[in-house]
Design a protein around this ligand. Structure first.
Ligand code: C2O
Ligand code: CU
Length: 453
């Protein structure tokens, strides 16, 4: 613990990151205590439509200046806030977003993880970028419950790093109702400056924020049950989250068949997870183990991201019964329709999929309605969060081993030398981007196009 805190202090020079006194501190000279900032969910976008099944919001990308710890960021923001406003809808709703580009460069908005129609996907392969001053109304139907996010899909390495992202929550009215929901968007700052395309940032010095705050705290009232929806919006930082009694209830594409108590959850850039917190007697801390895409778990003490405090420790709560569909893991049909080989790095200059660097890529296609098996092999010396647009996929196996329960994702971290097999129903016609969600790799060419026709 003590080895971590000085590091954190030098990393961000932030008075609010100062440790709260513990019992061991009592013989130290007294100092004025600056309480850690209180973490709340990002403000939600206002629904401008009275109809119950229509969510109509306005979203403006503009310049913004932030203080992130001791750092001043001349960045961008949606609706003047970082993270951008959370867009909340329920299954079946029509979502309309009146978007306006007020930044000084072209942009688009992409709806990460959602099945939208191809012309709403916000990618330059399909539609013209929105020039400064331009507006566009994006619309889609909310067909998947879960935790999603939106971000630009143009000059993405810089625009996301400068603060353009926000959460999308799609509720399933059949889910259990917690006392509270907390949306936490984690980002690591100034990554573009600390890492070039070929080197991963040092997990010891990444400046992490939760909803823009360095080392905040959350208070749980007596008996409270909280659904915590977590997004990793960083360009290149991995989170390997843990806390006592960690209970993961959902992943990229909604609730897991049954909660997982595996003890830790790895969130690569682009990944989401839902957790349940139940107020109990003990305060706890959310930590991340040090993790780097160039080799996985790194040596060093975990870092504390967030403190969770009980305001009425005598009133413990009771967990809810979260469960997704009871479907079993699908059997691997053993054929392969599409293979993606991930290569590249410092030696090759470019990051490659099947030997090609975007935009000089061969478009591969699948007939609409195919139940396809995709195999992804990582032959490079770093991990890659593999992401596909417009569809979700079930994980059939990782290095030949089926997951413990059915897992439906849109982003999956593929470790060095790993092979993952994914099952996909290719039922959304269009040209869909397939890419690595380490944004430096994406910018370096690790992106291709899958045509469903
Ligand atoms: Cu989150 Cu193609 O992106
Ligand atoms: Cu990558």
């Amino acid at each position: 613990m003590w080895r971590v805190l000085p590091l954190l202090l030098t990393a961000c020079q932030n008075p609010t990151a100062e440790p709260r006194p513990t019992e061991e501190d009592t013989d130290e000279p007294e100092r004025t205590e600056v309480p850690a900032p209180l973490l709340t969910s990002p403000a939600e976008a206002e629904d401008l439509d009275a109809a119950d099944d229509v969510v109509h919001v306005s979203l403006v990308a503009d310049r913004a200046t932030y203080s992130v710890g001791d750092l001043t960021v001349e960045g961008y923001a949606y609706n003047g806030q970082n993270p951008g406003p959370t867009i909340r809808a329920k299954l079946g709703d029509t979502v309309m977003v009146d978007f306006q580009n007020m930044i000084d460069t072209p942009t688009t908005v992409h709806w990460h993880g959602l099945r939208v129609s191809n012309d709403m996907d916000g990618v330059e392969w399909v539609s013209e970028p929105l020039l400064p001053g331009a507006s566009f109304t994006y619309s889609f139907t909310a067909t998947q419950a879960g935790t999603y996010w939106y971000h630009p899909h143009l000059d993405v390495e810089h625009q996301v790093d400068l603060g353009l992202y926000g959460a999308i929550v799609i509720e399933d009215p059949a889910d259990p109702v917690p006392d509270r929901e907390l949306v936490v968007v984690w980002d690591a700052w100034a990554e573009a400056e600390t890492a070039d395309e070929h080197t991963a940032p040092d997990p010891k010095t990444l400046l992490w924020t939760a909803n823009g705050l360095v080392s905040p705290r959350v208070e749980l009232a007596g008996g409270e049950v909280v659904r915590v929806r977590v997004i990793n919006a960083s360009n290149a930082g991995y989170l390997d989250l843990s806390w006592p009694g960690l209970r993961q209830i959902g992943s990229d594409q909604g609730l897991l068949p049954a909660p997982s108590e595996a003890g830790s959850t790895l969130l690569a850039p682009g990944d989401r997870a839902d957790f349940e917190w139940v107020a109990g007697s003990e305060d706890f801390e959310v930590e991340t183990a040090l993790y780097t895409p160039s080799g996985g778990s790194a040596i060093g003490e975990p870092r504390t991201l967030l403190a969770v405090e009980m305001t009425a420790p005598e009133d413990a709560g009771a967990p809810l019964s979260w469960s997704g569909t009871g479907d079993p893991v699908s059997e691997d049909p053993t054929w392969t329709d599409l293979m993606y080989v991930l290569q590249g790095g410092a030696a090759a200059e470019d990051w490659l999929i099947n030997g090609e660097s975007y935009p000089d890529v061969t478009v591969r296609s699948l007939p609409t309605g195919t139940e396809a098996v995709i195999e992804v092999r990582n032959l490079s010396a770093t991990e890659h969060p593999f992401h596909l647009h417009g569809h979700s996929f079930e994980v059939l196996s990782i290095d030949g081993v089926a997951p413990a329960q059915r897992t439906v994702e849109d982003t999956i971290n593929v470790k060095i030398r790993q092979t993952v097999r994914l099952r996909l129903l290719a039922d959304n016609p269009g040209d869909w981007m397939v890419h690595c969600h380490l944004l430096g790799h994406e910018a370096g060419g690790m992106m291709t196009v899958l045509r469903v026709e």
